[in-house]
Design a protein around this ligand. Sequence first.
Ligand code: SAH
Length: 358
Amino acid sequence: MKLNDILNKKEFTKDDIAFLLSLENVDDVESLRAKAEDLLLTLRGNKVYFRGLVEFSNICTSDCYYCGIRKSNTAVERYQLSKEQIVDAALWCAGQGYGSVVLQSGERTDCAFVDSVVEIVREIKRRSVSNALPDGIGITLCVGEQTEETYRRFYDAGAHRYLLRIESTSPEIFSRIHPEKQSLGNRINCLKMLKKIGYKTGTGVMIGIPGQTVQDLAKDILFFKELDTDMIGMGPYIVHRQTPMASYENDVLARYDDIFRMSLKMIAVTRLVLRNVNIAATTALQSMKPDGREQGLTFGANVIMPQLTPTDVRKNYLLYEKKTCLDENAEQCRSCLTGRIGSVGRVVAVNEWGDRPL
Ligand code: SAH
């Protein structure tokens, strides 16, 4: 009885959210899943939006303790795609009807980097205008913490969405997984700047970080709500052995199924609380289980980010180990995903940006 009462609410307290995230019984989790899927289908229909993902450089000045491409990992071969490669990948997306592209990289704030991103965004925007996409392809940037001026320059060049995960809203966790010079406060400021400038703003967290509780995750969801975020990208934390958090490997492996299940419950509960937002079924989910992304869709996700990064450098963009789809080219990735999406009764949207409705 209590479960149904909570599932039918429109406003959720922290305790409601923690209660839903704590569900373990198979039938209860199924009730949560069905409710989230139903709400998504009612509010947004059965379309899944593709955001072609170009991981254009793994050069990074940050040193996040969980991330495989952190500055201090000297075992990674560093790369930077050329402007032509990035623009071509984006135009390929536009030609395929994807509607949107995500440009993601390691974190750099130097002028050469910022100028090149501005130029690339401008060129993609200019060259992707067509009858099918009269305003060009939708561009999302995911290039970390920057100054307000830089965010403005990117926006003026034509990027209209920005993804910056908060990683965890718990001050204790955030400071435990980042070097001192990265702060939760600055990340929150960045998200506020992005919103003020007018970006469709996305954030998210890693799920299953050692020491993270259901209460922490409930607060994360309330933070998404308070920020009035447009998009959510979140997924399981997966250990990378060449990082300071490698020592957590056994702990994380012992909780493997729990972390996967919690990631799905996070999608469903975020759908119920934030209702019409875009939620991604992330690659990290699929890295844990072969049908992880499809399961993410059935728990209320409506966005998928197909890989466009050229296969020869993809192996160098390992944020975590066991990342999937390392050798599939963009074309293979597209047809594989279209089949996977159809298998759970959904369809791929064509030539649409797919923003959250106002
Ligand atoms: N430099 C960009 C892009 C970061 S990579 C930025 O700062 O926004 C994108 C996301 O990958 C990160 O926000 C983080 O949540 C996730 N990630 C990094 N390492 C991970 C790991 N070991 N397991 C799971 N997700 C990870």
